[in-house]
Ligand binder design. Sequence first.
Ligand code: TTP
Ligand code: MG
Length: 395
Amino acid sequence: MKAPFILHIDIDAFFAAVEVMLKPSLKGKPVIVGGMPDERGVVCTASYAARKFGVHSGMALRTAAQKCPSGIFLRGRYHIYSQISRRFFDFLNRLSPGVEGVSIDEAYIDLRGMQYLYPSVYQMAQSLKESVEKEIGLKVSAGLGFSKLGAKLATEVAKPGGFFFLGDERTFVSNLTLEKIPGIGPHTLLILQGLGIKRVKELESAYPSIWKKLIGPHLYSSSRYPGNTQGQAKSCSRETTFPEDISDREMIMSHLAYLVDRLSVYLIEHHLFSGRIEVKVRFSDFSTFTRRTTLEFPTSSYQHLWKTSLFLLNQLLKKKKLALRLVGVKVEDMMRQRDLLPFVCLKSEKLSHGVSDIRKRFGFSSIFTGRELFLEGIYPVEREGMVLKTASLTK
Ligand code: TTP
Ligand code: MG
């Protein structure tokens, strides 16, 4: 089958684009989502108009304000972004049985078998891109490829708003620097750079066996097709930078409890169970540590996730005697309910599902744990949750 059958789609400037859709007077303006210019915390995303000033995701809000004094800063409304993300994935899942979610606004779609409905695979890809845009009301970029890597790299070329096909993926990839290749971590990168290797083609000629291991599978193995994960992300995380550094352990625990609660709701809503959990802390000197563990059994229950996160947090807090700047939590190794029937009757699992049903009817904030209530005095409480300083929905 010698045709490019993998489509990668990524929503342009996602959070900022949603804000513009909801308030069209922001169109073409430098919109920066993440918080106010004088606040701590980082930019979640910026509109393309703001990017022209050098603003990007992850940049400190204060730096963004210096670079772009005319920026329109917004805190972000995460429940709206997740609703739109759900619509995006529901739509993709109706198009193809092979959809692999990469993050909140990004997915691979397996087009095999659908080509008979269109005059060519290119027209099919373009037409699907347009139908996604129509469905969600936002511009997306799309890349067509023989492999997931090729499709994703094509999307990067297509951004913003375009559609692209690399053609000869192997040649394109061989000209890239190594850090562009997913799966080559900082450690490997450092070793290879130490050997004087910067580009993929240098690796291929000097160490063909390493090239075969690191790059080959991306381009040629059967795993180059999107897995049938029905739009399910491989991991999901929630983190927040505090308005001020916190040394009070109870208060740190309350923040973590809230983030764990949000993750539990995410898992329940998506009929997923998590096999692993990771807690992250950043101390006031910006040093960052993470600790992860395999859960006793896959779960979506708040109680189980919380118990393990608290254990990990306590270990992390021993690292330094400093106040904390950020706390975060991530669930990984997610699996679907149907693979786990023996576990789903557990009492705490049922309790979390019950809480989730109440929240569906009356809003997230209709029910909180006692520990979460500590946060009420600090953050505004809206129907769909508390408005933390930076509740980023990361990959
Ligand atoms: P991206 O797809 O990486 O970025 P984007 O959609 O804003 O812009 P583009 O794809 O056009 O380059 O991430 C999707 C959303 O995830 C983004 O709108 C905001 C959120 N996000 C964070 O909250 N923190 C981050 O560090 C990143 C990279 C993204
Ligand atoms: Mg995007």
